[in-house]
Every structure is written in C-alpha cells, then in structure tokens.
Write a protein that binds this ligand. Structure first.
Ligand code: HEC
Length: 290
C-alpha cells in the first residue's frame, strides 16, 4: 500500500497537468494557429438594433454611460441625410465605439454580479439541449476577447444564455433584472435592485376628451423617454419643450407634468447591451491554408 500512494499521487498530478495542457493547447492546435483571437473592435462592429433602441429609450443615461455615442444618429435622423453625408460614417463609428464600451462593461458586470453562477453560456450537443436553448455552441462563439475568461459557467440554475440576444426586449430585461418575478412569476433569480436609480421624468397626461370617451381617469399619463437626475433638470427640460415644442407635440405640450420615477443605471444599460449581443456574433470561419 505504501508504494501505491505515491504512484496515485503522481498520477493525479499527471492527469491534472494533462487536462490543463489539453484545454489550453487543443483549441489552438485544431485551428492550426490560423484563427487568431478576435478583438473587441471586431466583435462590437455589428451594432445590435436593441442597442440603438436603448439610446432612444434612455437618451440621457445612454450618453452619460457611453459618451462615445455623442455623434450616433437614429434611423430617423439618418434618413434625413444625403447618401454621401460625412455624418453617416461618423455616426456608424460612434455607434461601434459606444457598443464596444458597453459590451466590455456589460461583460465585466456579468462577471462581478456572478450571473455566471446560475447561467451557462454553453449549449452542448447532448440531451437535445438545442431544443431548449437554441443553436449549439461552437468554438467560433468563444474565439474572442469577451470570452476571456470563458463564461461557460459551472451550473444551470437559470437557462443557458448563449442565444439570448434579441430574444427579449430591452424593457423586459430591465424589469426582469430589477424584479425577476415581475416578468417570470415564481422566479428565484435575485433582485438586482441597484440596477435602477431614482430621478424625475416628464409625463404627458391624457387629453381630457379622450379620457372621458374611453372612461379613463384624467390622471392617465405616459412617460417621455429620459429620466433626469434632479427635479430642476427635469423642469428645465420641460420648459425647453414648452418654449419650442417639436412638430408632433404641439398639443401634448400643454399637458406635460413632472413626476418622480426610476430609471436604469449606466451598469444596467451596459448589462442589457451585453445580453442583447449574446449569440449574435461568431468568429468568421478560419480560412484553410491548404
Ligand atoms: C440564483 C441564480 C441566478 C442568478 C445569480 C442570476 N439568475 Fe438569471 N435566471 C435565473 C433563473 C432561475 C431564471 C429563469 C426564471 C426567470 O426568467 O427569471 C433566470 C432567467 C434569466 C434570464 C431570462 C432568460 C430567458 O430568456 O428566458 C436572463 C436574461 C437572466 N436570467 C439574466 C441574468 C443576469 C444578467 C444575471 C446577473 C446580473 C442573472 N441572471 C443572475 C437564476 C439566476
């Protein structure tokens, strides 16, 4: 027995070294070193529609979180420009730069909040997993800097998130992060209440005639996009709107009020941008040299 113990010990270390060597070198070996790791700029170049929508939904917070987006134009704004207008190119550059910042930060928050503790990013080709979670994961999903360290996860308390991008709306993600049971009754996912912060917003109350016709309370209102950090800043924005109302708001502008509200933090925006990106980018197929 005394002789077996050291043999088992050395064999154990041997297995450990072997597995580390295999997982470290095997991916490199099978791609023949032809397939370099993809950079943040490459993975973020294709801006998701949800990321553009996030700017329209939370304009102030978005620019605070991603100042690179200052020159980024919406679809409507772009439509007004000539095809050769230089602002088009500048806009796409601004979108891509903001997207890169958001993905990096969102990924960091995903790690910091230990989302990986309950969610995998690895749909395996076994047990019909693709029927539950969609497309099977391949090396092309992982050959990029946002997968360092690998976020495959260790267990699945919640669903796999490999193909999460585009599956849900931004609003759904925000509501779900703050209180998962509001969108998924009975969910045990923790509440990330610190992903929202208090502020002020401008709301448009309903036209009294419509309220009477539809038997709705006269206090019915809808929020304009944007949550302002202070009451003063919201009032200043309201005054600006009243002084110079946009064409489609001339009547509505009479019925605007200020109300307390919650809005997403910059971290929430970055995390949502990251979730909406998942599964949407895969490394191009490596070209065979022979
Ligand atoms: C304690 C385990 C746990 C942790 C930690 C956790 N989740 Fe979840 N998550 C769940 C469970 C369970 C569900 C399924 C029920 C539901 O939809 O809430 C879920 C669902 C989800 C979904 C919906 C997937 C879909 O499309 O159906 C998303 C997105 C998500 N989680 C993101 C996150 C993010 C981002 C974090 C970190 C900030 C996180 N989760 C942390 C357990 C967890």
């Amino acid at each position: 027995m005394d002789r077996v113990k050291p043999i088992l010990f050395v064999a154990g270390i041997g297995c450990f070294v072997f597995s580390i060597t295999l997982s470290g070198f095997y991916p490199w070996l099978i791609s023949g070193g032809r397939d370099p790791e993809h950079t943040l700029a490459q993975v973020s170049a294709d801006v998701t529609p949800e990321f553009r929508e996030l700017k329209a939904q939370h304009p102030l917070k978005f620019l605070e979180a991603f100042p690179e987006a200052a020159g980024a134009l919406s679809g409507q704004e772009l439509a007004k420009l000539e095809a050769a207008d230089a602002r088009r190119v500048a806009s796409e550059k601004a979108w891509a730069a903001a997207h890169a910042t958001a993905l990096r930060r969102g990924r960091d928050i995903y790690i910091a909040e230990a989302c990986w503790h309950c969610h995998s990013q690895f749909v395996r080709p076994v047990a019909n997993e693709e029927q539950r979670f969609g497309r099977i994961r391949t090396m092309r999903d992982d050959n990029n800097t946002l997968q360092r360290p690998m976020l495959w996860g260790t267990r699945r308390v919640g669903p796999d998130l490999t193909n999460e991008g585009g599956l849900r709306s931004n609003d759904w993600h925000l509501a779900h992060l703050i209180d998962a049971s509001s969108t998924s009754p009975g969910s045990i996912m923790p509440r990330y209440t610190w992903m929202q912060e208090k502020g002020w917003q401008i709301r448009a109350t309903i036209d009294p005639n419509i309220a009477a016709r539809e038997s709705l309370p006269e206090t019915t209102s809808h929020a304009l996009p944007g949550v302002y950090p202070t009451k003063e800043s919201a009032e200043a924005a309201l005054k600006q709107l009243q002084d110079d109302p946009p064409a489609n708001m001339e009547e509505e502008v009479e019925r605007l009020i200020i109300a307390e509200a919650f809005g997403p933090t910059s971290d929430a925006l970055a995390l949502i941008a990251y979730l909406q990106w998942l599964g949407r980018w895969q490394a191009p197929v490596a070209e065979k040299t022979r």
